[in-house]
Design a protein around this ligand. Structure first.
Ligand SMILES: *Cc1c(COP(=O)(O)O)cnc(C)c1O
Length: 359
């Protein structure tokens, strides 16, 4: 049996090293990145004296076209600092119903900022200026005061969808006219830029504040930045201390982020090509509801129609047994993400294994 089953032999050879498509957060620092970390000049960043952290913050602010940036331990902290710094207790925040800030940050806006959320239904993460306009509360004292709009780009739960610059510009105009702040959750803004060829500033210029992650597709082990005006970042800096996010010789981590920004941005295009390969394979399988045209960056969300052989949990279990790791995000939805630690060969291998499991 073994001799006729090349795939089976291959599987056994690699049984100890699964192809991990669960998330782009699973990447490990490369040898060159570790070297940059080891060489990093450091100081006490709570005193503002870590030269590598300062360099990362300046680099990020410049890339995003903002006056200042603040290095923080996670994308969640960057977003929650933005909510905290833009709002007062009792304010309302408009965002998309499937957004990370609303779904995956443990109720942070309620806990940390005492604000309420007004979630808008989006189409693959995108909502319109008209929806924002209609959601703004009157100034009458009966109502929470609408203060902030949050846009997510690329959109995680919508499968890495890119927020169109044109619609964001219209939302910016509404925000200006109605006196609202606009925060961009740009955890994967790098991917939007790589996929479209547009500068990060195409979106960042339209936002008052921007968060971005170094620990996703860019492959750094830890960290995010929040960027905005100097006054806004000063305010966020105070809250970072309150949230317990003041770190000391953090330059050792910031060095990894700098290395990632300088060396891993161009290669995001590979992840997108790999995602398209997976999309073409998977969309041909019976009951796999996935439009390859919707795979714009590095995330695939596959809905399992009635013809699919298994539900999401069972499919994830069987794929794991065959050496491919992915996540079930709903009873009939799985998610696959391509990244720095998955080569083209592994993606082709994963395609073959997925075909086999689907039978
Ligand atoms: C990953 C992610 C974040 C931040 O996540 P952390 O795990 O806290 O770093 C924020 N927004 C989006 C859209 C994300 O995908």
């Amino acid at each position: 049996m073994e001799h006729s089953n090349l795939f089976g032999c291959h599987h056994r050879t690699h049984a100890m090293k699964p192809i991990d498509l669960r998330s782009d957060t699973v990447t490990r620092p490369t040898p060159a990145m570790r070297e940059a970390m080891a060489r990093a000049e450091v100081g006490d960043d709570v005193f503002g004296e870590d030269p590598t952290v300062n360099r990362l913050q300046e680099t990020t602010a410049a890339l995003l076209g903002k006056e200042a940036a603040l290095y923080v331990p996670s994308g969640t902290m960057a977003n929650q600092l933005a909510v905290k710094s833009h709002t007062q207790a009792g304010d309302e925040v408009i965002l998309e119903a499937n957004s990370h800030v609303f779904n995956y940050e443990s109720g942070g806006p309620a806990v940390l900022s005492a604000v309420q959320i007004n979630p808008l239904p989006g189409v693959r993460g995108v909502f319109t200026a008209e929806q924002v306009e209609a959601a703004i509360r009157p100034t009458d004292h009966h109502f929470a005061q609408t203060r902030l709009v949050v846009i997510e780009n690329t959109h995680n739960r919508a499968g890495g969808a890119i927020f169109p610059v044109e619609e964001m510009r219209r939302i910016r105009e509404t925000a200006d006219r109605r006196g609202l702040a606009l925060h961009l959750d740009g955890a994967r803004l790098w991917n939007a830029s790589a996929a479209t060829g547009l500068a990060l500033r195409a979106w960042a210029d339209l936002a008052d504040s921007v968060s971005c992650c170094f620990s996703k597709g860019l492959g750094a082990p830890v960290g995010s930045c929040l960027a905005g005006t100097k006054a806004f970042i000063d305010r966020a800096h105070r809250f970072r201390k309150v949230f317990g996010g003041g770190m000391r010789q953090a330059g050792i981590l910031a060095a990894a982020a700098l290395y990632a920004v300088e060396n891993h941005r161009a290669r995001l295009a590979d992840d997108h090509a790999h995602a398209r390969l997976l999309a073409e394979t998977i969309s041909a399988l019976p009951g796999a509801l996935l439009d390859p045209a919707h795979v714009q960056t590095n995330i695939l969300i596959v809905e399992l129609g009635p013809e699919a052989p298994f539900d999401a949990k069972e499919l994830v279990r069987r794929l794991k047994d065959s050496g491919v790791l992915c996540l079930d995000t709903a009873p009939r939805k799985i998610r696959l993400v391509t990244h720095l630690d998955v080569s083209r060969e592994q993606v082709l291998d994963a395609c073959e294994r997925i075909r086999q499991v689907w039978k």
